[in-house]
Design a protein around this ligand. Sequence first.
Ligand SMILES: [Zn+2]
Length: 122
Amino acid sequence: MHKELNVKEKLFMLGCCTDDRCIICDWEVETQTHLFFDCPYSKQVLQLLEKWCGFNIHVSMLGGLQPAKDCLKQQVHYLLWNALYYHIWAQRNAARIQFVLLRPQKLAGMIKEEIQFWFDLF
Ligand SMILES: [Zn+2]
């Protein structure tokens, strides 16, 4: 969230990798913006989650805003955005280290289950 992730653009500039292409799509330079907002994989997961929850998941939640405790939509929005951010980064790292990548439908399903589980707890 603070542009401190070691995306390939940064690693390439430091001489730590041989190219700066996105590990997931291999189409664009892997910047933090590309990975979380512009990568076709991330966009597809986001679209699936938006279809599920029935509203747009806005980037404005990235600033770490806390949702109002009495607003279910804000809480879902907040949880979805944070889960999406975490899981896209985890998938990116799995693709880089283990050469595996979940299908967008599978990842969206996992995130939905996590959100539902969280609400079942409270
Ligand atoms: Zn990409």
